[in-house]
Write a protein that binds this ligand. Structure first.
Ligand SMILES: NC(=O)c1ccc[n+]([C@@H]2O[C@H](COP(=O)([O-])OP(=O)(O)OC[C@H]3O[C@@H](n4cnc5c(N)ncnc54)[C@H](OP(=O)(O)O)[C@@H]3O)[C@@H](O)[C@H]2O)c1
Length: 286
């Protein structure tokens, strides 16, 4: 049995679905089972509980050999991940897979990247076999711009003129993680995964223009004004500062290099931003 957290999220839903599709017994720890009804219908066993409650995590571990640790960025992320890992180890789980980030490095100073790195280190020190799946910037981040892309043909970020990102489809990240859980040979491996796309945000706009058949522009924003705007949606100051710090790094030219690890490990081509599988399936932009 494989236990997965974050199964109602962007990455975890695809891990759970792919495992179920492969006939691998999979259980999801979810806070709200109604939100996971489609997963249950796909064959995922649901256990209701909050990862901040050690008892509910313990209750979900019965018969579990592998655990996929997936949590959103935030101030609580490290504590939640440590709790799940510690309970998993104490309950006899043999393998922990974590969704991390390519920016998680020992030298990282951004709080979200630091949390990922510290959590990776905690897992490596715990004695279980581990797999780190480290995607780059999700293509799905652009979905938060769907409303302005539809209404104005524009999307806004504080990435300046030069900002760029190596892109990953979050569905590929989920597929990749499920592959690592369902097939042998991924113990104590760290995988940096991306698509072949390394694009400036103007180049992203050009792909959208071409694929959607109308002009779409990326409009650079003043960082302070954008932070004030984002502050209306992000309740946590910690999270707001961390996100804006990442934005500043991107604007200053920080970008990771694409890798071919996805294809090497799964044998499948990763989704690119322009590929039919990306834009058509994420149909909110159209
Ligand atoms: N966005 C990117 O560009 C990017 C790139 C590389 C790596 N990543 C990493 O990918 C990871 C996952 O991101 P995501 O976008 O898939 O996350 P997401 O869509 O925000 O999903 C988060 C999941 O965690 C669950 N969750 C949160 N708190 C919980 C708790 N206390 N107990 C149980 N479940 C809880 C949520 O459940 P509810 O449905 O109940 O809220 C949801 O299922 C993050 O750590 C991020 O750093 C992201």
């Amino acid at each position: 049995m494989i236990l997965i957290t974050g199964a109602t999220g962007r990455t975890g839903s695809h891990v759970a679905r792919e495992l179920a599709l492969r006939g691998v017994p999979v259980r999801a720890l979810v806070r709200n089972p109604a939100k996971a009804a489609a997963l249950a219908a796909a064959g995922v066993e649901l256990v209701t509980g909050d990862a901040s409650d050690a008892e509910s995590v313990r209750g979900a571990m019965r018969g579990v050999r592998k655990v996929a640790v997936i949590f959103p960025n935030g101030e609580q992320q490290l504590a939640l991940e440590k709790q799940v890992v510690d309970v998993a180890v104490a309950s006899g789980a043999e393998h922990v897979l974590k969704i991390s980030s390519m920016e998680a490095l020992p030298t990282a100073h951004n709080p979200t990247h630091r949390v990922h790195w510290d959590s990776e280190e905690h897992i490596r020190a715990s004695g279980v076999a581990w797999t780190m799946v480290r995607p780059s910037f999700y293509m799905q981040n652009f979905l938060s711009n769907a409303a302005t892309i539809k209404a104005e043909g524009k999307f806004y970020y504080p990435f300046g003129e030069r900002g760029a990102a190596a892109l990953t489809d979050s569905r590929d990240a989920g597929f990749f993680a499920a592959h690592c859980l369902a097939t042998p040979g991924h113990e104590n491996k760290s995988y940096d995964i991306t698509s072949p796309d390394k694009l400036s945000f103007h180049e992203v706009a050009a792909v959208f223009s071409r694929e959607l058949g109308r002009q779409i522009d990326y409009v650079p924003q003043d960082p302070a004004a954008y932070k004030a705007y984002l502050g209306r949606f992000l309740a946590s100051r910690w999270h707001l500062d961390a996100v804006c710090d990442i934005f500043a790094e991107i604007a200053a030219g920080y970008v990771v290099e694409p890798t071919d690890v996805f294809k090497q490990v799964t044998g499948r081509d990763p989704v690119t931003l322009a590929s039919e599988r990306c834009l058509r399936r994420e149909s909110v932009l159209i």
